[in-house]
Design a protein around this ligand. Structure first.
Ligand code: CUK
Ligand code: CUA
Ligand code: CA
Length: 629
């Protein structure tokens, strides 16, 4: 049954390929989800002959992952947009894309990067027009999603961003000056007091022209940001590169992988050694070191030295522990019970299991590695179902492998005995995410696999292929993993988080108290003119603007502050001004401001770009720019 493939990985034949278990009767999806939510209930339901009695003659049925028109999904999935720079919101299990949230990109439809506030936020964060989002991680309280924020990295420009889950919009971005490329991203558990950005690309420190061709002197840092203020607190310096990250559940250890411990500059050098690291950061010890002034300041940030060559301790406590992991490891994720950090070997066909509590006791951090399971070719990321199983993507084998965590701790190092099942995916999966798997309460029903390649799965659309996000049902351990859906996605999601819908409570209209700008009601309209500056305060309402025309002088700097005074949800307006690069969106009760220069005389129709009523096209005003004399 087992055979070794050329990559040295194991392949296990399974009976559960794309054909679903023919004995698996159709059970209404919602009953399924309920059954899955009740701990342990599913194993007894699934494959239970009682349920199947009298239904064996029905056509083979799959898991019901359909969400009929008019019904809502059970989960939100937040997918990163990769170098599109945004975050996408999907419903699970429908896989319908519900919304996109611009983060590091500008986006006309949401007025993001067009109004003065978001434009200034992007400008202060470096003024780049794109970013590379990989790891969307929602905030948690007591290791459970709390619906406050979602955090995400920018691998391109060394930044972190925060999205408000009340408004589903980016509300803060911080530029991490000692990072070139922030890859991993995750909050400190259990309560999201800090958010971490993991610096991937090691550079000279500081990167001011020194050590240009001396890669041994290149350094990376882990950056800590306070979640509430979104202020950068401190960095920890390491003499290796860093990659993905995840937090322990007890507020102490944060884990990051490293694939370039060699500090090489090309593939050959980066893969020269048999092992790299999982780097474990002792957060309380690092904070105590910062508190005690044991740091150097770099680019305005306190930087604690956690390099191997440094003392690397505070009060006898190690700051950073380096655990050897074969070879060029990639993903790290902590098990829902907080017991283990599981690290995927990428070039090595194993996942290494680190016992987190042991890190407090062992002299040699390598002694905290309590298991190493041979999962197959190219293991990248691991997710959990809360029933003791781990699911790991195999990039090289194009498979997901399901294995037993405790069996892997019991088994000999390098054994493949803990492997339960493998399922093909299409093709070359990166991350995989199970519902609430990054929390202490995985829901154990859906598994989303983000495949990097789609090849033949969709109608061809030219040389740029969509990715293929595949939905599996994992709630039935007897039936095994069941592939239920292929979904094309625009390039290119790297990771996602799946959150039970009832944990979020998004606003449907703005609360004016949450906004910086003063509300402009229909009685508050005015136009102030002073020294070449014009400030227009107005409102939007079906089907007009606060002013039918706005007259200014050529060369005037014009600021429009406007409130959408609608109270009815889902009635949006915008202020679009042709040839002035202006389009700000205004949701009900939202106030925004935009500033531009009226530099060409003429008539410019101001229009509303959101279709708001039958007289939407008639919702217009004029900007009249008088020639300077
Ligand atoms: S990821 Cu960023 S390279 Cu595997 Cu977490 Cu795709
Ligand atoms: Cu207001 Cu269209
Ligand atoms: Ca390496």
């Amino acid at each position: 049954m087992n055979e070794t493939d050329s990559a040295g990985g194991q392949t296990v034949e399974t009976d559960y390929g794309e054909d679903r278990n023919p004995l698996f009767a159709r059970i209404p999806r919602r009953d399924f989800v309920k059954a899955g939510a009740a701990a342990g209930a599913l194993t007894s339901v699934a494959g239970c002959t009682g349920l199947l009695d009298g239904e064996a003659d029905r056509p083979a049925a799959a898991v019901d992952a359909e969400v009929p028109p008019g019904e809502l999904d059970d989960y939100y999935a937040f997918l990163s947009g990769g170098h599109s720079g945004d975050v996408r919101v999907y419903g699970i299990p429908s896989m319908r894309q519900i919304m996109r949230i611009p983060v590091f990109n500008i986006e006309g439809a949401r007025g993001y990067g067009f109004d003065d506030e978001t434009r200034a936020m992007l400008e202060e964060a470096g003024g780049y027009t794109w970013g590379d989002t990989h790891h969307p991680r929602p905030s948690q309280t007591d290791n459970v999603y709390d619906g406050r924020w979602l955090f995400i990295n920018d691998k391109a420009n060394g930044r972190m961003a925060r999205i408000s889950l009340k408004y589903f919009e980016t509300d803060a971005i911080v530029d991490l000056p000692n990072h070139q490329g922030t890859h991993g991203a995750c909050a400190l558990m259990p309560d999201t007091r800090l958010v971490f950005g993991v610096g991937e690309l090691a550079v000279p420190f500081p990167n001011d022209g020194r050590d240009l061709d001396n890669p041994d002197a290149y350094r990376s840092t882990l950056s800590a940001i306070e979640a509430e203020s979104f202020d950068h607190q401190w960095d920890v310096l390491v003499d290796t590169n860093l990659d993905n990250g995840d937090s322990g559940k007890e507020g102490k250890w944060f884990f990051a992988t490293s694939y370039n411990s060699e500090l090489g500059v090309n593939e050959q050098e980066m893969t020269a050694d048999d092992t790299d690291y999982c780097v474990a950061f002792n957060v309380p010890a690092i904070e105590a070191a910062v508190e005690a002034g044991e740091y150097e300041e770099m680019n305005g940030v306190p930087v604690v030295d956690g390099t191997k060559e440094s003392a690397n301790t505070h009060d006898g406590e190690p700051l950073v522990r380096y655990i050897d992991i074969p070879t060029n490891p990639h993903g790290v994720s902590v098990t829902p019970d907080g017991q283990y950090a599981i690290v995927s070997g990428k070039l090595d066909p194993t996942c290494s299991i680190i016992e987190i509590d042991a890190l407090d006791e062992v002299d040699d951090p390598n002694d905290a590695v309590v298991g190493r399971v041979n999962v197959g070719g190219g293991p990248l990321h691991t997710a959990y179902d809360g029933r003791g199983h781990a699911y790991t993507t195999l990039f090289v084998d194009s498979q997901v492998v399901k294995w037993d965590i405790e069996a892997a701790v019991e088994a000999e190092m390098g054994s493949d005995d803990p492997v339960i099942e493998k399922h093909d995916c299409h093709y070359s999966p990166g991350h995989l995410i199970a519902s609430e798997s990054y929390t202490s309460e995985p829901q154990g029903d859906w598994l989303l696999v983000l495949n990097k390649l789609s090849k033949d799965r969709f109608l061809p659309v030219g040389p740029v292929f969509p990715e293929n996000d595949q939905l599996f049902y994992i709630g039935d351990d007897d039936a095994g993993m069941q592939l239920v859906k292929d979904t094309p996605t625009y390039p290119e999601p790297h990771d996602a988080s799946i959150v039970r819908a009832d944990r979020l409570d998004p606003a449907t209209v703005y609360d004016p108290d949450d906004l910086e700008l003063d509300y402009v009601g229909s009685a508050d309209t005015e136009i102030d003119r002073e020294d070449g500056r014009v400030h227009v305060k107005m409102y939007n309402q079906r089907n007009h603007f606060g002013f039918e025309e706005i007259t200014v002088q050529e060369g005037d700097e014009v600021t429009i502050t406007s409130t959408n005074i609608e109270t009815e949800e889902d009635i949006l307006h915008s202020i679009a001004i042709p040839e002035h690069d202006v389009n700000i969106k205004l949701a009900p009760q939202e106030t925004r401001e935009v500033t531009f220069t009226a530099d060409e005389p003429g008539v410019y129709w101001i229009y509303c770009a959101y279709f708001c009523s039958a007289l939407h096209l008639e919702m217009r005003s004029r900007l009249l720019v008088q020639p300077a004399d």
